[in-house]
Design a protein around this ligand. Structure first.
Ligand SMILES: C[S@@+](CC[C@H](N)C(=O)[O-])C[C@H]1O[C@@H](n2cnc3c(N)ncnc32)[C@H](O)[C@@H]1O
Length: 268
């Protein structure tokens, strides 16, 4: 028992030193890169791990955003309305939305509406920067249908360029909308269409918000929300969301307090 404790302690100290070294190495390449402590419960969530494996995402680059999507879906269990996704790719995020809808016993028959060109991204504009090019992230509709087999009958796919097929859902109301199209124009068209159709308490999540690789998406959301009471809540792992009907303050500017904080420390 005692020896096991010692071994654990040595291992833990080794891991901490490894992390500190890793932090130094990453910062030489990526000046701003914050590693996180590995003692996070959900890292050991077996079913979430299995989900990541289904979509070949076990490397973890998207894992945090996948997990926050799953958590945000819990907030809309009692909010009436269907769900929607603009930008489906292979269906990984729709899979989680459908899992939440299917597990929802309070409002059990939400339908999930999925919009995608299945021809990849539309043509980026200047505002979209240089990261993306037309046709990137192309997936096949058949692959999505295959991936979403466990949820057969609970989703509808609208193949086509956004916003053309939005009209087919114009009389519906929504509880959760996931916008993930990377570029300015389809992001703007998506929030502009869905905003009024999301019930109070419902959520609009934009996967690309706040990524320097998707400047157009961030700009589109900010422009649209400019005269709205809701403002985007930044997620530290990338992306952002609003809760419909919940007034949100502007970003809190810390700089006004920093000078005084530094003075206090210097005089202490
Ligand atoms: C980042 S991927 C979506 C990823 C997916 N939500 C996930 O988490 O797995 C972006 C998707 O948006 C689609 N897309 C981009 N621009 C579009 C447009 N103007 N109209 C329709 N679909 C578009 C692409 O075909 C691609 O499948």
């Amino acid at each position: 028992m005692f020896r096991f404790g010692m071994k654990e302690k040595i291992l833990q100290s080794f891991r901490s030193r490894m992390l500190i070294t890793l932090d130094k190495i990453t910062k030489t390449v990526f000046k701003k890169y914050y590693l996180i402590w590995p003692e996070i419960d959900w890292f050991y969530n077996k079913s979430f791990e299995d989900y990541l494996k289904i979509f070949n995402e076990y490397n973890g680059f998207n894992a945090y955003r996948r997990y926050i999507l799953l958590q945000l879906l819990r907030l809309v269990e009692d909010v009436p309305g269907d769900t929607a996704e603009c930008g489906v790719y292979k269906g990984a995020s729709s899979w989680l939305i459908l899992a939440a809808n299917s597990a929802n016993k309070r409002i059990p028959n939400k339908i999930h509406h999925m919009f995608d060109s299945f021809e990849g991204l539309s043509k980026p504009k200047e505002v979209d920067g240089i990261h993306w090019k037309e046709g990137d992230l192309k997936a096949r509709e058949e692959e999505v249908i295959e991936n979403l087999k466990p949820f057969k009958g609970k989703f509808k796919i609208y193949k086509g360029w956004i916003p053309y097929r939005f009209q087919e859902v114009k009389y519906l109301k929504f509880s959760f909308v996931h916008i993930d199209v990377d570029l300015y124009q389809p992001t703007f068209d998506s929030i502009a269409f869905f905003y009024d159709r999301v019930n109070d308490g419902g959520i609009i999540l934009c996967d690309d918000y706040g990524f320097s690789s998707c400047p157009g998406a961030t700009k589109a959301i900010n422009e649209f929300l400019e005269d709205k009471p809701e403002k985007m809540i930044y997620l530290p792992v990338g992306g952002g969301f609003i809760i419909k009907g919940l007034r949100t303050s502007e970003d809190i500017d810390l700089s006004q307090f920093i000078k005084e904080a530094i003075n206090v420390r210097q005089t202490a």
